[in-house]
Design a binder for this molecule. Structure first.
Ligand code: MSP
Length: 500
């Protein structure tokens, strides 16, 4: 266990412009698995998720639907919460950027930055991509189109406020290149070369043209443009500049004695790797410890997204396969930094090979043999053999390996390590051939030892899998006769915990 006491983890706040899909579920489930793992380790965890509810796109969608923006988002937010329930997401707090306390804090942050001189008034000329809600300069466009999604951009001119980014360029460059902030770090060079080296451009942080936004409190007609509103959620949700919550010092400003992690996909890496640290530096606040950036879930090679019309509905999948199977599949497929393609076929193969044939088989064979040979209770007389030692070592060393991967936010690798031990346990069954021992009356003590060792391995494996598949594992504990106490974190690197 590392020295950190508090653990604060956040998902992006999702746009409630449409129902969420399996891509959004990935980030949230990944954060949930980390939050659950850290809780199991004894950390004081705060897991935040929520919705980013302002902006032109939502205003337009609501108008199309003939309802007010608030009515529109309320409906979608309800489905978002249903989805997290279905996916067994154990968030501690849900922020909506339309919550009064957030709007008030965000206005205060904007005013503070203005009064300090970090925000100034100027004239905006550039290009706007509506679907991405992003402004781009000439040099950022790719073939005259949005560099993120490749769609048409519109010319925009207006009086606007800007956030001065250049004073923070050196510190941000160091943060990206010299610290463990960005995960995987391989992307730091690209960010530095594309955005910092050419000179960090000031960021347009206000608009005058749309209404469904937070007003700038000191200048009527101007509204806070999305990224200040959205990014500040990570601190307003803890009570920064508001009296709704009082957790900011505890989870954020608790320098050195706590860990803060944001997880996002690569589409919003730039905002979290450059703009967010700059905002925090301007506010003179501590920086988060890590930004974990994962790739996209793709479908036929393209990013899964509502606007491309290639989304997989997590509600349909959940009903068909069960939430734990989906959680396992997406967590096992996706590595930080890389994309991962989704298909029902890959998912079914994965469920069959790992869950049914691998882990399921291990549990059912072991439990069936304990029943068949000993009527469900092992005799106390035992006989060990040299072959047991390597197997036991594999099981007792697993915790340290999984801990190490989780500390580096490498969920896929943590699951791989667990399933290596599942395979090792199945191999142990083949090596010890309990069905042969069962036929020989003189080998009963040996058979009892083999089955006990298998039960112990299942205890450790299932306890380590519980953060990833929270609804299945308690059923396994029931089958192997493990109490809540037997699957506690402190007991996962020990052998011989289950009652003899
Ligand atoms: N509202 C902003 C985020 C503000 S955070 C201060 C936003 N919202 S979003 O609804 O578009 O969600 C983007 C996030 O959803 C991605 O960063 C990622 O976490 C998740 N994903 C959306 N589609 C995805 C895939 N196809 N694959 C993986 N993750 C995906 O951007």
């Amino acid at each position: 266990m590392s020295e950190h006491k508090t653990f604060y983890i956040t998902t992006p706040i999702y746009y409630p412009s449409d129902k969420l899909h399996i891509g959004h579920s990935y980030t949230t489930v990944a954060c949930d698995a980390l939050a659950r793992f850290k809780r199991m380790q004894g950390y004081d965890v705060m897991f935040l998720t929520g919705t980013d509810e302002h902006g032109q796109k939502i205003q337009d969608k609501a108008a199309d639907a003939g309802v007010t923006p608030k009515e529109y988002v309320d409906k979608i937010v309800a489905t978002v919460k249903d989805l997290w329930k279905l996916m067994d997401v154990s968030y501690d707090r849900f922020i909506r950027t339309t919550d009064d306390y957030h709007m008030e804090s965000c206005q205060k942050i904007f005013t503070k930055l203005y009064e300090q001189g970090d925000i100034y008034k100027g004239e905006y000329t550039g290009h706007y991509c509506k679907p991405c809600e992003s402004f781009w300069t000439d040099s950022q466009l790719v073939d005259g189109k949005c560099p993120d999604c490749g769609r048409e951009v519109y010319d925009a001119h207006e009086e606007a406020y800007f956030f001065k980014m250049s004073p923070f360029a050196d510190r941000i460059e160091k943060l990206l290149l010299e610290t463990d902030y960005l995960r995987p770090k391989t992307r730091a060079i690209e960010l530095v070369n594309n955005f910092i080296k050419p000179g960090l451009e000031d960021l347009c942080v206000s608009r005058t043209t749309f209404k469904w936004v937070i007003p700038v409190s000191f200048d009527e007609g101007h509204v806070v443009y999305v990224w200040i509103d959205a990014l500040s959620n990570y601190i307003t949700a803890l009570g920064y500049e508001n009296s709704r919550y009082n957790d900011f010092d505890h989870y954020w400003a608790n320098n050195g004695d706590g860990e803060v992690i944001h997880m996002v996909a690569k589409d919003i890496m730039r905002f979290h790797a450059i703009i967010w640290p700059a905002m925090l530096m301007a506010l003179d606040l501590p920086l988060p410890d890590h930004l974990a950036v994962h790739g996209w879930i793709t479908f036929n090679g393209e990013k899964m997204s509502k606007s491309l019309g290639n989304v997989v509905d997590p509600f349909v999948l959940g009903e068909r396969y069960g939430c734990d199977a989906i959680r396992y599949h997406i967590l096992r497929e996706m590595a930080l930094g890389a994309d991962s393609s989704f298909s029902n076929e890959i998912m079914i193969n994965r469920i069959n090979s790992d869950l049914a044939n691998g882990f399921g088989n291990l549990v059912s064979r072991t439990v069936a043999m304990v029943d068949k040979y000993f009527g469900g209770t092992l005799p106390t007389e035992r006989e060990s053999a040299p072959i047991d030692d390597d197997f036991k070592a594999c099981v007792t060393q697993l915790l340290a390996v999984v801990d190490g991967e989780i500390d580096k936010t490498r969920i896929k690798q943590a699951l791989e390590a667990i399933f290596t031990v599942v395979a090792r346990a199945n191999k142990y069954i083949d090596e010890t051939e309990p069905w042969k021992l069962g036929k020989d009356e003189t080998k009963r003590a040996r058979l009892a030892s083999v089955l006990y060792n298998l039960l112990e391995s299942i205890r450790v494996i299932s306890a380590l899998l519980a953060p990833f598949m929270p609804s299945t594992m308690p059923k396994v504990w029931e089958q192997i006769g493990a109490s809540e106490n037997d699957v506690k974190y402190e007991k996962l690197d020990k052998f011989g915990v289950l009652p003899e």
